[in-house]
Design a protein around this ligand. Structure first.
Ligand code: FAD
Length: 288
């Protein structure tokens, strides 16, 4: 099923993100994570591309295929293009067809200062245009409630997002954020710019103060005082941080759903315990 179809019922779509196992993982670790995550009945699961993915049988496309075939859950493959030439993407299309992948989160990817980017695809929108002309795949794109870090301005980023949607992104998944006000401001601007596709809000539960600080450093998400107080108070106590982080994410989700958000995309970090706690905390809210 194409991801866009999931939004037609008008219910809040609830999706999970996982990443392929790192070097010491195996297909068994993937199955274990998926056994637990699919038990929570997400509408779909997305699988990241790039980090990890080197374990045999555990590439992004293989996992996406397993989610669909073994777990009967819809799935979407992330794909970056910054280091790919057209021939590489042609091979990916072939593999997607072979593995029955239907949905792709088309991304540019981050530019590695040590690896000069290839010339064929400068932006995610170029990847969508190219793949759309050669396949019947369905495309989603990434969006940034506080603007992409490289963008000269917020308005310019919205303009570029519109280009991505015009190229064929049928659904957008947002970068993580901790301040819902930022997301609402973004949503208003995006709708005013004529972006009408469903936009899912990206929620990352803060269960580990150090890793969240690293992530925030990379993506530039702003931290409301309520959130920084929570890290200051509980950051050194893993159990308290986990419980407080889950409660904070639940509060964010409830506020977003009551404001009529199209969907919630939960960055699970392959942690079924946290995904379960959150799903249970919002189960009656999310299904309305
Ligand atoms: P683009 O949409 O190409 O945007 C990049 C920059 O170029 C922006 O500043 C934008 O304003 C500008 N721009 C865009 N289009 C145009 C245009 N047509 N003309 C001029 N300027 C333009 N990274 C991974 O490596 N693997 C993953 O699995 C992964 N998953 C992600 C999932 C989500 C939900 C998100 C939000 C990000 C993810 N990323 C992932 C990170 C992503 O690759 C980086 O944020 C990257 O820097 C930008 O990718 P993009 O597809 O948003 O780029």
């Amino acid at each position: 099923m194409k991801i866009r179809e999931l939004f037609k019922s008008g219910k809040t779509v609830f999706s999970f993100e996982i990443f392929p196992p790192k070097k010491d993982g195996s297909i068994e670790t993937v199955y274990k994570t998926l056994d637990e995550l699919t038990d929570l009945h997400p509408d779909f699961i997305s699988v990241t591309y790039g980090a990890g993915g080197s374990v045999p049988g555990c590439s992004t496309r293989e996992i996406v295929s397993v989610i669909k075939e073994k777990y009967h859950t819809e799935s979407i493959a992330h794909l970056t293009c910054v280091n790919s030439a057209k021939e590489d993407i042609d091979r990916v299309i072939e593999e997607f067809e072979q593995y029955g992948v239907e949905n792709v989160l088309a991304l540019r990817g981050d530019v590695n200062p040590d690896i000069p980017p290839k010339e064929d695809f400068k932006h995610a929108s170029d990847l969508i245009t190219y793949m759309k002309s050669r396949s019947s795949l369905s495309f989603s794109g990434a969006c940034y409630p506080e603007g992409h870090p490289e963008s000269p301005s917020f308005d310019k980023d919205i303009e570029n997002l519109k280009r991505k949607v015009d190229a064929g992104a049928e659904h957008l998944m947002s970068q993580l954020f901790f301040d819902n006000a930022q997301f609402y401001r973004f949503l208003e601007k995006a709708r005013a710019a004529g972006i009408t596709v469903p936009i899912e809000a990206g929620i990352m539960p803060c269960v580990n103060a150090k890793s969240i600080q690293r992530m925030v450093g990379l993506c530039g998400a702003s931290l409301p005082p309520k959130f920084t107080k929570l890290i200051a108070r509980f950051g050194d106590n893993p159990d308290a941080m986990r419980d407080a982080g889950i409660a904070y994410a639940n509060e964010q989700i409830i506020d977003l759903v009551s404001s009529g958000v199209d969907g919630i995309h939960l960055y699970t970090m392959n942690n079924p315990y946290v995904a379960r706690k959150i799903s249970e905390g919002v189960s009656s809210v999310i299904r309305i």
